[in-house]
Write a protein that binds this ligand. Structure first.
Ligand code: NAI
Length: 322
């Protein structure tokens, strides 16, 4: 057997670590030498808390398990909205923070027609603002020690959409953008940021997936990828990884072949329509590493816009357009 990947001198903050994926991460890092902050405010899947201490027991239970196995862990019960307090717990107990796993999450699924402002706002608050607050509080420590590893938790609903989850989809894709920019700003300080798109059996999925599928989706199947990504020897950053049931795959943006409109005065909607197939043609697509900077590089010259949309007429859904 080879040597196991260890985290002996590392302080790991895991949000929402009282159950599901977060708990699996916490037990893994606890068993591999890390000092773990187990954050969880308890509460329902929809983000409701009963205002007493019952919710806290979930974090305490995970801390007890880690300690029983000879590990180091402390509990924190704050909502991720108060991410600074979570990081404060890490500083007080262990002196710093090296690794942040933004994992806490809630669902308030409802069709867009019936969605209330509160459903939308609360989901953004926990996923987006919460991840921001924890990362923001950890950032100065990571910069100072020139080491940091951040994992943000996105979702397939964010990348592809899912019925009844406009609030959650918006929040989860926001976390991809958040990750990509953190990766760029952190590079100079040996801070990496990656997003994972997990699928796992938890209270989030237990009512929507059949038992035989849930059996194949143990949270433990997501853990090794997170463990690998946050290790000090791993330099990979700016990545998006789909993970679940033993399948692991990287995702990337891709640009289609596209069309160029040159410097004449024919850049009209009908000109766009004529080249629509090229614009949508992924058979000769390319990776999308630098976003719109690439677009500037491939556009040879700016097209002139027609003074009053004069152009060659084209048929468009039974109508002639220019
Ligand atoms: P889970 O519901 O078992 O775990 C989430 C934990 O976050 C809970 O223990 C909850 O008490 C805690 N939490 C909620 N709001 C909090 C707050 N404001 N502050 C602190 N803790 C809070 O769900 P699961 O499946 O383990 O989800 C973990 C993450 O993975 C979530 O971000 C979820 O959106 C994401 N995810 C999960 C998928 C799955 O298939 N299970 C699929 C895609 C994404």
């Amino acid at each position: 057997m080879g040597k196991e990947l260890r985290f002996d001198d590392k302080v790991v903050v895991i949000t929402g670590a009282g159950g599901g994926l977060g708990k699996a991460y916490a037990l893994f890092f606890g068993a591999r030498g890390a000092s773990v902050v187990v954050n969880d405010l308890g509460g329902s899947l929809k983000g409701e808390t009963d205002g007493d201490a019952t919710g806290k027991r979930v974090a305490d239970g995970v801390v007890d398990e880690i300690i029983k196995l000879g590990g180091k862990a402390v509990a924190n019960y704050d909502s991720v909205e108060f991410g600074d307090k979570i990081v404060e717990t890490a500083i007080k107990a262990f002196g710093t923070v090296h690794i942040v796993i933004n994992n806490a999450g809630i669902l308030r699924d409802v069709s867009f027609k019936n969605m209330k402002d509160q459903d939308f706002k609360l989901v953004q608050l926990v996923h987006v603002y919460g991840s921001y607050k924890v990362a923001k509080a950890a950032w100065p420590h990571m910069r100072k020690q020139k080491f940091g590893r951040i994992i943000n938790t996105a979702s397939a609903a964010g990348l592809y959409g899912n019925f009844g989850q406009t609030n959650y989809s918006a929040a989860k894709l926001a976390l991809v953008g958040f990750t990509e920019t953190l990766a760029k700003e952190g590079a100079k300080y040996n801070i990496t940021a990656n997003a994972i798109v997990p699928i796992a059996a938890s209270r989030m999925t237990e009512t929507i997936l059949p038992p035989d599928v849930l059996d194949k989706l143990k949270p433990e199947y997501v853990v090794p990828v997170v463990g690998y990504l946050v290790h000090e020897n791993t330099k990979d950053t700016w990545g998006i990884y789909e993970v679940g049931a033993g399948a692991v795959t990287k995702l990337r943006w891709q640009r289609a072949k596209g069309a160029l409109f040159k410097g004449d005065d024919s850049f009209t909607p009908s000109a766009v329509l004529k080249k629509w197939d090229e614009i949508n043609d992924f058979s000769a697509g390319s990776e999308f590493p630098n976003g719109s900077k690439d677009l500037l590089a491939i556009a040879e010259s700016s097209p002139k816009l027609p003074p009053n949309a004069q152009g060659e007429p084209v048929e468009f859904k039974d109508k002639v357009v220019i």
